[in-house]
Design a protein around this ligand. Sequence first.
Ligand code: 9D3
Length: 254
Amino acid sequence: MTFHVLTIFPDFFRGPLDHGVVARALKAGLFEVRIHNLRDFAHDRHRTVDDRPFGGGEGMVLKPEPIFEAVETIWPERHAGRRVILLSAQGRLFNQHLARQLASYDELLLICGRYEGVDERVAEHLADDEISIGDYVLSGGELAAAVVIDVVARLLPGVVGNEASVRSESFSTNGDGPPILDCPQYTRPAEFRGWRVPEVLLSGNHAEIRRWRQRAAWEKTMRLRPDLIERFGARLPDPRTETEGKVSAKLGRN
Ligand code: 9D3
């Protein structure tokens, strides 16, 4: 898969894509990221990419011409394997379900908004979709593009090497229980500043550990994400169909 990014801050992506599993997968050639500088598609003396909003108001708006020219230069032809996505605060909410849909395309082109926004003709006549990563105000689409790339790239074959985590994710997709958060995790030392790890985790009793993890995941979900339980029905997960607390794959459906 290839991710194209259209931005006025091409250097922004040095950092976020240079770490961890994403960096490893990029080096291994499992997917590609191509950054395109929007200013390269503005041809006046000052390489202008923005202008004042018609009708008045604060700030500046990204002009349509450089964005249309960039997309039509990057992709002279559009086909079903290519998807143009405008990242904006007005978009539909990004989640794990949408990420799985995006992972099925050959190529994505992510347009990063800036300033007060992007001329609406980009959303209406150029982009196939308009996506927001959450209900908060970012300074622009670059951080959102990095999030989308990270989340979608993890779903591509071979990017997340850990077989077990892939397996538990597909398990939970097919499970019947409600989506709940991962269970709390602990590592050594068994006592830190007087706080002991739950004794059951040191017991070696795997049936009891499984029950404890399920209960702890449920309690944590009730405390921090009651909206998940309200939406999907308050039912304890069935220990026969659920892997221990790993039901993250179901987050984001609906
Ligand atoms: C406070 C400014 N706004 C109200 C007048 C609107 C506004 C303009 C531009 C809000 C945010 C932005 C820049 N944000 C993005 O380009 C953006 C974004 C976001 O702000 N939140 C969540 N997802 C995204 S994706 C792109």
